[in-house]
Design a protein around this ligand. Structure first.
Ligand code: CUA
Length: 171
């Protein structure tokens, strides 16, 4: 997914850079008025196309957000509190296959609650703010040891603000 995104980003960058390159490479040539009109029409078409493409990409990629954090009757609730510089989770174990709602808050400053699987891939994240409880829902499919990393710089030992919990197979 990340690789496809990179390719897509490079393609769009090339598309955006092309008119600049055209202008720079033809700057010394004397263009006829008709040629100006042609360039302008091409530019308008490109602009309209990029606008439509941008809107489409925005709508398609943002549709799954925000995550539905309404606690379903069967959801497991984990209360997580961020401190400088550690996490406190009220459960060390959750079951795979059933939604888990993380209710996240901070005891001091802003933190970022990022949950990573065993391969080091971030699964989801949410802001951690004093005075607020942010909820994020996720259903784990694979048992294993998951890690919580702080994703917002929160002081000298930010990088060691790492928590852990187990996902066990549903019984
Ligand atoms: Cu907590 Cu960075």
């Amino acid at each position: 997914m990340q690789y496809q995104l990179l390719i897509f980003t490079l393609a769009v960058m090339a598309l955006v850079a092309y008119p600049f390159w055209r202008v720079a490479s033809t700057a010394s040539q004397k263009a006829e008025p008709a040629a100006y009109a042609k360039v302008e029409r091409g530019r308008n078409i490109l602009l309209a196309g990029l606008t439509v493409l941008g809107l489409a990409v925005t709508v398609v990629t943002l549709r799954p957000w925000p995550h539905d954090a309404q606690a379903a009757g069967t959801a497991q609730i984990v209360k997580a509190v961020g401190y400088q510089w550690y996490w406190e989770l009220d459960k060390e174990e959750v079951a795979a296959g059933t939604p888990v709602v993380f209710e996240v808050s901070s005891a001091d400053v802003n933190h970022g609650f990022g949950v990573y699987d065993e391969d080091g891939t971030v699964l989801f994240q949410t802001q951690v703010m004093p005075g607020y409880v942010n909820k994020v829902k996720h259903t784990f499919t694979r048992p294993g040891t998951y890690r919580v990393l702080c994703l917002e710089y929160c002081g000298a030992v930010h990088h060691e603000m790492i928590g852990e919990f187990e996902v066990v197979a549903a019984n």
